[in-house]
Every structure is written in C-alpha cells, then in structure tokens.
Design a protein around this ligand. Structure first.
Ligand code: ATP
Ligand code: MG
Length: 345
C-alpha cells in the first residue's frame, strides 16, 4: 500500500473573471501520509479553501483546475487521479463522502433544518452501505456518543436548531466520520465556535484520528491550533506552498521568512513584551503577483536582482523532511538568528 493517502502534484487552479485570470492555487505540491494530521496554514485569501475544494472537485465556474494531479491512493492498492476525472464519473461519487469526507466552517450548511439529527446521520449510512434501519440507528447513536454528545439517544430524535453550536459541529464531525473515510478534510472547522469549545472539538478530531487511523487535512489560519494537533504543516502564501515539515521543527525553528513572521507575530513567541513583531505590508492581489519570490516585497532578506525577478524560487530540501521555497535558503538560518536577536534585544 502507498504510504501516502493523497499526493498533490503541481496543482493549479484559476478563476477566470472579468478582471482576468486569478491564479488561486499555483503549482502546489504536498503529500498526506496515511494516519497523519496535516495542517495547511496561511493568511486569508492565500488559497487554502480552493486547494481543499479541488480535492473533492467542488470548484465551480468561473474556477477551473488548470493543471497538476490529485492522486488518491486507495487501501486496495489502486490509485485515482481526482483532477482528471470527468464531473460525471461514478468514481467521484464513491470518493465524496465515502473515501474522503469534508467538514465545513459553518455546521448549519451541512445540516438540514427540517430533518432530525438521527435521520440525517442514518441517511449517510444508507447511502454508502447496505444496512438495516436498526443497525444504522445503533451505529449512529454510538458515533454520537463517541463525539462527546451526552444522552445520544435523546439527541438522535432532535432537530439541529435544538442543539448548541458546539454540539452541531460535533454532529457534523460524526456525520463525516460515519462513512469511515480514509481522509477527513476540515476547513476552519472551529472558527464559528467559542474558544473553549474550539479546543474540545480539535482534541476530539485528534483522538478520533488516532483511534481510527484515518488521515486529516486541517485548514486553519491559527498557528496555535496547529501546534496542538498536527503532525505535519504546509504553509501557503499567494497560492504557493512556501514551507513544509514536521510541526515541532516548524514551530521551534521556522525557516521561511514568511513562516518566521507568522510565528513571531503570535503572542508569547517573541521575548520583546512591549511590541509584537509583524510582517510589513499586506498580501498583494492574486491578479498582480510580484515577479520572482512572491513574498519578496514583504521580506527583510530580499536581495535585489535575486529575489525580485524571474521565476518563483524552487524547493530547497533543508533536511529532516523540511522544504522551503526561498532564494536565500543557503544562508537563511543565520539571517533569521540575527533578526531574532535584534528583535528580542
Ligand atoms: N468564486 C470565486 N471567484 C473568483 N475568485 C475566487 C473565488 N473563490 C476564490 N477565489 C480567489 O481565490 C483566492 C483564494 O481563496 P481561498 O478561499 O482559497 O482563500 P483561503 O486561503 O481559504 O482564505 P480564508 O482564510 O479567508 O478562508 C481568493 O483570494 C480569491 O481571489
Ligand atoms: Mg478558506
């Protein structure tokens, strides 16, 4: 069996609007190993959702996958390139909700207001398996219990509006887990919830993942969340992955100047208590991506003639599974160390 459940290779997605072609996802490559939790992080608008929607082929007009592969490696040894399937291919229906499930940001979009929680969840089982009504009810009630819903037999008969936001998101997680997917994609699953509930829901996703051995792709802009649950991290900027690696290494020792800036702007990450360092400037428009390294206009280490012209920087292997896309990769550790010392002084 392939050690990766999913491999994304040189994925490109564009939106063709009146203003021109918006390259939302540009040459993105990453892998999700079986049984691992990968977090995709980056500022608003960098292409996280578009990447995840592409995996289930949910990109709609005027958006289009313009290149690359999305390889799903099944447990039976077969491989499907999701990017190349036609919209009407039966394989897409098998993949959606069965092999890959998705949890969206707002739980109410996934739940019908006019059906009971129990009926909606049983429906998932009827869709994917031949199963009796009694057996479906038993499995749904057990799953509701596993996602931490008290008195699951009573909740089974209730409507979504009778539940709190945190409980509804647990129902959505139960729904996504019922078909026992190989891969669970969660796009900002906790942003609509209170901070204390957020931590509980993430801990739940982590423990279900450890218990069932499925893989998770978590989309978030919150690096504090990433540190709690992820095994691996991919950092996106302007439609590209700029750094990838193990979560512990990246949080302790970020190597791309963008990741470094993101982490330093978190409270508690810098020794200077009076002023939090921030990344200068703002994210440029995707219609006007800077030449060379797309991050160069905001980067303290950008070198004229190297970083500001030509193609975006290629991947550099930094050892121990770490990759960055930076023209200054060779000397970056020393440059960041000096910056850290200056900021902390
Ligand atoms: N329907 C659409 N039509 C035109 N452009 C779109 C559309 N959806 C997304 N885009 C473009 O794709 C870019 C990436 O969007 P995406 O939703 O992936 O960002 P994101 O990283 O998920 O941000 P957020 O953290 O705010 O959710 C956007 O900046 C926008 O330019
Ligand atoms: Mg998004």
């Amino acid at each position: 069996m392939n050690p990766n459940v999913l491999e994304i290779k040189n994925l490109r997605v564009s939106f063709f609007t009146d203003e021109g072609e918006t390259r939302a996802v540009n040459d993105v490559c990453f892998e999700i190993p079986r049984g691992k939790f990968l977090a995709l992080v980056g500022e608003s608008g960098c292409g996280k959702s578009v990447t995840s929607y592409s995996i289930l082929r949910l990109i709609q007009h005027p958006g289009k996958i313009t290149g690359g592969q999305i390889l799903l490696h099944n447990e039976d040894g077969s491989t499907v390139d999701i990017a190349s399937l036609s919209e009407k291919d039966d394989k897409l229906y098998e993949i959606r909700g069965d092999k890959i499930s998705m949890i969206f940001q707002e739980p109410m979009t996934a739940l019908s207001p006019v059906h009971t929680v129990g009926n909606q969840l049983c429906e998932v089982l009827y869709l994917h398996r031949k199963i009796s009504k009694q057996e479906a009810e038993k499995q749904v009630i057990s799953m509701l219990g596993r996602v931490g819903i008290p008195a699951p037999e009573r909740r089974f008969r209730q409507y979504p509006f009778e539940l709190s936001g945190g409980m509804r998101q647990r129902v959505v997680i139960a729904m996504a887990m019922l078909s026992r997917p190989q891969l669970l994609i969660a796009d900002e699953p906790t942003t609509a919830l209170d901070v204390t509930i957020q931590a509980q829901v993430l801990a739940l996703m982590k423990s279900l993942q450890e218990e069932t051995g499925n893989s998770v792709l978590l989309i978030t802009h919150d690096l504090a969340v990433v540190a709690q649950v992820a095994d691996l991290v991919a950092v996106m900027y302007l439609g590209r992955i700029v750094e990838q690696g193990n979560v512990v290494d990246i949080i302790k020792d970020p190597l791309h100047p963008y990741t470094f800036g993101l982490l330093r702007s978190l409270p508690g990450m810098s020794k200077n208590k009076d002023r939090l360092p921030s990344i200068p400037g703002s994210v440029p428009s995707l219609l006007d991506i800077p030449p060379g390294c797309p991050f160069h206009p905001r980067c303290d280490f950008a070198q004229k003639g190297l970083c500001d012209c030509g193609e975006p920087p290629p991947e550099t292997d930094m050892g121990n599974g770490r990759m960055i896309c930076c023209y200054r990769a060779a000397g970056i550790r020393q440059l960041l160390e000096e910056k850290r010392r200056m900021e902390d002084a």
